[in-house]
Design a protein around this ligand. Structure first.
Ligand SMILES: Cc1ncc(COP(=O)(O)O)c(C=O)c1O
Length: 407
């Protein structure tokens, strides 16, 4: 896809790619992108069909908001399309500085740092952070991670070459036992987890986790990708509700309607990352268009209390209705509502039926989720309404009947 030309350039390695791709297909692990056009916050067109989108993470509908578009265009006009280099090479622009200051105020932290994307932030921050242990204690970091952490968090741990000590999902008792078991190790301890889990829509008890981390002298790394803009006071995330944690990471690609990521914490933490985080040092600074959109989103998000209330009410309605119809939604308590199916084939078939009924609902299968827990991941937006949710429910009923799914 995307070659943009009819000329087929082939290499002798294509055969290897093809063989390996065939292997993925056999194991039902091959992935492919499908063409899609967006038309407003919750309508998409795919392969000739118009679908109601219950799959995107644009939780507040900000990706099409006029204020974000206007500032993005304005900053592009005034400052250009690219930043030209890494901020360490050429210096940092006033716009980067202003957005970071606004962000730190929003998160209630001393400092903040912009990064290219959420994936890149997690992949690059963790190795830099863990290096602190070697530098200060002479021993490797001792790293405790939730079993359901996002792939980018795993990647960061792997890139650091550390063995993760995994605790059962959101099980603070299990985490405490692990912390006890490794009490005598010399390195600095780090707990790495998320405040809202992207495939389950459940939340971490951040205040309890923070207290646990403090009791065991562990650094708390919290990924707020799915909470930023949606949860906590003025949408400032669950860390703000709990009174702050050692490091908060989040993205602008979801509720904030743009792209890019941030890390928020103390000045010393951000200074350390500026000097050691490969994903900050060796990459070009985010461009003005992106900064303009982020800047406008940060002005709007604290004022969007009505949208957040509507989103929470709609999610509660959806969960209650699904429950009445016999569907399990796991431990969801947020705008992300998984419809648990179990079998991957049935989940795919259900997603196809939903599409036939004009609904886009993502079929999520292993290895993204644990084996036997395939699901339709529904993500609500403030731009959805009750009539749309009721249409979704009817389509799910139809799909369950059609494919003999036992609820
Ligand atoms: C928990 C979590 N962290 C990080 C990311 C990556 O963020 P981004 O999409 O901005 O790269 C995601 C989203 O895919 C996520 O769900």
């Amino acid at each position: 896809m995307g070659s943009g030309t009819n000329h087929r350039f082939m290499t002798r390695f294509d055969e290897f790619f093809q063989t390996a791709l065939d292997g993925l297909s056999r194991d039902h692990l091959r992935r492919a992108v499908r063409p899609l056009e967006r038309d407003g916050p919750v309508i998409v067109r795919r392969e000739g069909a118009t679908l109601l989108n219950f799959s995107s993470n644009d939780y507040l509908g900000l990706s099409v908001h006029p204020a974000l578009k206007a500032r993005s265009i304005d900053w592009t006009r005034r400052f250009g399309t690219g930043s030209g280099a890494s901020r360490l090479v050429t210096g940092t622009s006033e716009q980067h500085r202003l957005v970071e200051e606004k962000l730190a105020r929003f998160k209630g932290t001393e400092a903040a740092l912009l990064l290219a994307s959420g994936w890149q932030a997690n992949a690059a921050i963790l190795p830099a952070l863990f290096r602190l242990s070697m530098e200060t204690t002479g021993a490797p970091a001792v790293v405790f991670t939730d079993r359901l952490n996002h792939a980018s968090l795993h990647h960061g741990c792997q890139a650091a070459g550390l063995r993760q000590i995994r605790f059962a999902h959101n099980d603070l008792g299990h985490l405490e036992q692990a912390l006890e078991r490794h009490r005598d190790r010399k390195g600095l301890r780090f707990i790495v987890t998320e405040s809202v889990f992207s495939m389950d829509g459940d939340r971490t008890e951040v205040a309890a986790l923070k207290a646990l981390a403090a009791r065991h002298d562990a650094f708390l790394y919290l990924d707020e990708a799915h909470a930023t803009g949606v949860l906590g006071p003025q949408g400032r995330g669950l860390s703000a509700e709990a009174g702050g944690v050692d490091l908060v990471m989040g993205t602008f690609s979801k509720a904030l309607g743009g792209f890019g990521a941030y890390v928020a914490g103390t000045r010393a933490l951000c200074d350390w990352l500026v000097s050691t985080c490969s994903g900050f040092i060796y990459t070009t600074a985010p461009p003005p268009a992106l900064l303009g959109a982020i800047d406008a989103a940060l002005d709007l998000v604290p004022t969007m209390e009505d949208e957040r209330r509507h989103l929470a009410t709609l999610a509660a309605h959806l969960r209650a209705e699904l429950g009445d119809r016999g569907w399990s939604t796991g431990l969801s308590s947020t705008q992300i509502v998984p419809v648990m199916v179990g079998d991957s084939g049935q989940t795919l078939a259900l997603a196809e039926t939903l599409a036939r009924f004009g609904i886009l609902g993502g079929a999520i299968r292993p290895p993204t989720v644990p084996s036997g827990t395939a699901r339709i991941r529904l993500a609500l937006s403030a731009a959805h309404d009750t009539a749309m949710v009721d249409r979704l429910l009817r389509a799910l009923d139809e799909g369950a009947r059609e494919h003999g799914i036992v609820r």
